[in-house]
Design a protein around this ligand. Sequence first.
Ligand code: RFL
Ligand code: PHB
Length: 393
Amino acid sequence: MAVKSTQVAIIGSGPAGLMLAQLLHLSGVECIILERQTRSHVEGRIRAGVLEHGSVEALRDAGVADRLNLEGLVHDGVELAFEGDRHRICLKELTGKSVTVYGQTEVTRDLIEARLAAGGEIVFEAEDVTPVDVTSAQPKVKYTHNGQDLEVACDFIAGCDGFHGVSRKTIPENVRSEFERVYPFGWLGILAEVPPVADELIYANGDRGFALCSMRSTTRSRYYIQCPRDENLDDWPDDAIWDELALRIGPDTAANLTRGPSIEKSIAPLRSYVCEPMRYGNLFLAGDAAHIVPPTGAKGLNLAIADVRLLHRGFERWYRNNTADGLDTYSTSALARVWKAERFSWYLSTMMHQFPDHNPFERRMQRAEFDYVRSSQAASRAIAENYVGLPLD
Ligand code: RFL
Ligand code: PHB
């Protein structure tokens, strides 16, 4: 069996794995990325759209923000709407910070380009990737590529392989604790080459359910509507999505809605999930491999970036200063931040969706929460500071 060796083996080339590889490269630490999918599949996935202030800074510091600086749309506010009433959260005024609309697809492309330009390795279409001996000082990752059995010998493994990856399952069940809430609905998303309905994002809760108006650029819109968890995409021709979206955002906003053929449509179920701890021996989990948030708070991609910034600090201290302290505190420090993002995502999801099992009391609670946020600068600021992103530590 052919054996390669490196310092850090990274499983998964989503934003977590790619960003970690870029940060390690800048620190002079060797790594190899093993990715199950093809490059075009990884670059074609449509997912997140909003970058926190700290994520933008991190991408700049990592030297991968040339296009982000040119094409990213800086948003100083975001709108919440409840049964036709509207409230703008003034992010910039309340926190001094903004968010940037720049698709995860673009972040991924920029990071892959930077890695390949630096001569770094990404093994696409790696099959049967399996971490082994993770509690020993010489862990390995076995995999198959082009029909050949291969192995990477390393000091550490970074499990950045998303929610359905293999890394988390390597942690024995009696060692890991899992915390989960599955929501009784999903988001049906549509991407279209049409100008956005408004300059800023709108999160709307109405009688017919939640809707989100987002965008990728001034000419490309991304919209979502709440749908039953087991909804079938085939039941949603484009026209039906546009009609439903228009009803949910109300006539005033819908007057500015431009419709067009979908470039992409998908359904994502909503889930909150955390695995503790995020370390087992010399295996470290980062991003969706360790936690999932419902997309309402726009936190998933940002948490992935925050995790690998912390993990990179740990590796840097190990290789530069010969100390394990950053690696030893990684799981605890990352989880402290993860739980706050879980809370915010759960809170906003709970306020902004129609729950099939809610009774009129719970609906009134949502209304009261919205009215309180609208009337209180402190409550609006609490939303704003979470939305632009909490400090790394
Ligand atoms: P990823 O992106 O899932 O990448 C994991 C990578 O690992 C690979 N992989 C394997 N490789 C080798 N061997 C195996 N056995 C493997 N198993 C898996 C996969 O092919 C993949 O390439 O995880 P990562 O890097 O942790 O990044 C997390 C983010 O992708 C995710 O949190 C966000 O997309 C969530 N999210 C949003 N986050 C935000 O911050 N802001 C948003 O506005 C936002 N909107 C969203 C979202 C997610 C959505 N969906 C589709 C769930 C909107 C939606 C609709
Ligand atoms: C997106 O543009 O895909 C998006 C924006 C904000 C969210 C979730 C998704 O909260």
